[in-house]
Design a protein around this ligand. Structure first.
Ligand code: ZN
Ligand code: ZN
Length: 452
């Protein structure tokens, strides 16, 4: 296998890998960088030499899916192999991405935007080919072939890892993985037999795992904290990715309410997240890969957040629990707008429930002390932080120790690190080098091919 990381930097960024097997060429994921806008956010699609024999999509987070319409436009006729559930979600998430890019164009005047339009999404829709889980699929041309098998990856609805077999060699790609069960998806069901190559995500490589923290305990602490803030007269903002994390949180709130453990106060969600609830329900019915029903929205009486925002700095007119995207409080998202009505009031709270990149507004806020200033660029407002800010450990990514155990079980000849910031990659490389002395560990340089 020859593998080239097409991500533009050694970070989480825009996930995209070129994997070549003999004369066959595949692209695995084609994401968009969450922190950049316009062409800067794209992976290095220009480095793909000639035609591709297929595209494989591990899941529908935008850092894996967001640039796919451009790849399909460049390679008309290519097929995009993905799970049945992801084939349902892709269109809705890409359509939202077009809306976001159109808004960005208005706000910034960047004439490159939107990078793709509805017609490109239609092409993706035609290219999508659902492959059943744990069902080997031969893909080939001119006498050469690979066998592709999907394995559920936990993480988010529809997510898969993949085994690619080629000329008796086995290569496993984790995609984004979570080994423990969540509410909307079960844990990863990855094979644990030896392979030749392991391409492994390492999102949490720099995150120390605290032994006493369990998901259950963190969820209980979150619910107690929400109840305390609301009882004391405040509102709670829960920044959450609209796809996956938001439905997880809604299910947790619904369960707590059913047990009589949740304070009675209005709950608000952003439009995309509520829309995706319908898609997750459809995937639950059609694929068994997902576990979600929209009755959660009805039982909780969830209301859509109106787009008429309150003046920045003023407290929210309705006390409530606000579950809004984005999870990292990215500029101009509903969560960021509402934060401008949360931070200046000491009764309020912002509770982070997922991964937050240190360079995003969310990452900045997590590190801030009470009384510090938080600038809302574009709103012409600076908050003086009085609200409580807290982080809860409910990640959708595997702990680093779980990844190390998994790598040991597969005892590959080569491990290629991906989907991690430099400190995460460094910890993984150092630890794996010690524990697996017979394995070569690669932290690939973007755009440079590795021959295995
Ligand atoms: Zn993901
Ligand atoms: Zn990702």
């Amino acid at each position: 296998m020859r593998i080239t990381d097409l991500n533009s930097g050694r970070e989480i960024g825009a996930n995209c890998m070129l994997a070549e097997f003999g004369g066959l060429r595949f692209v695995i994921d084609c994401g968009m960088h969450p922190k950049h806008a316009g062409k800067q956010a794209l992976p290095r699609l220009d480095l793909i030499p000639g035609n591709v024999d297929g595209v494989i999509l591990t899941h529908c987070h935008l850092d894996h899916l967001g640039s796919l319409p451009l790849l399909v436009r460049q390679h008309p006729g290519t097929r995009v192999f993905t799970s049945g559930a992801s084939a349902l979600f892709a269109r809705r998430l890409l359509a939202n991405s077009v809306q976001v890019m159109k808004r960005q164009r208005e706000e910034t005047g960047n004439v490159d935007l939107p990078l793709y339009v509805e017609q490109d999404i239609e092409r993706v829709e035609h290219a999508l080919t659902a492959v059943p889980i744990a069902n080997p699929r031969k893909i080939g041309q001119g006498g050469e072939e690979i066998i592709l098998t999907f394995h559920l990856a936990g993480h988010v609805a529809g997510a898969v890892g993949l085994m690619i077999e080629h000329r008796k060699k086995r290569h496993f790609f984790t995609g984004d993985v979570h080994f423990q069960a969540q509410r909307t998806v079960g844990g990863a069901q990855f094979p644990r037999q030896p392979v030749d190559t392991l391409v492994m995500e390492c999102t949490r490589g720099a995150t120390t795992t605290i032994p006493d923290i369990s998901r259950g305990k963190e969820e209980a602490r979150l619910i107690r904290s929400i109840n305390r803030v609301v009882d004391d007269g405040g509102s709670v903002l829960l920044p959450a990715f609209a796809f996956g994390r938001m439905q997880e949180i809604l299910k947790l709130l619904d369960e707590s309410a059913a047990e009589g453990n949740l304070v009675d106060v209005p709950i608000f969600c952003s439009g995309l997240g509520m829309d995706l609830c319908g898609y997750l329900e459809e995937a639950s019915k059609k694929t068994k890969q997902v576990n979600f029903s929209q009755k959660v929205l009805r039982e909780l009486g969830v209301q859509s957040l109106s787009r008429r925002y309150v003046q920045p700095g003023k407290n929210l007119p309705v006390q409530g629990i606000y579950v809004l995207s984005s999870g990292m409080l990215v500029e101009n998202t509903p969560a960021w707008r509402v934060a401008a009505n949360i931070l200046d009031t000491k009764e309020n709270a912002v509770f982070f429930v997922g991964y937050c990149d240190p360079d995003t507004p969310g990452g900045e806020l997590i590190g801030m002390k009470s009384g510090a200033e938080f600038k809302f660029k574009g709103l012409d407002h600076t908050s003086v932080l009085k609200a409580e800010v807290e982080r809860f450990h409910l990640s959708g990514h595997a702990d680093r120790e779980e990844l190390i155990d998994f790598a040991k079980a597969l005892s590959p000849k080569d491990i290629i690190l991906t989907h991690g910031d430099p400190p995460a990659r460094a910890w993984m490389k150092e630890t794996l080098t010690k524990l697996l002395p017979g394995t070569r560990i690669h932290d690939p340089e973007p755009g440079v091919a590795i021959d295995l």
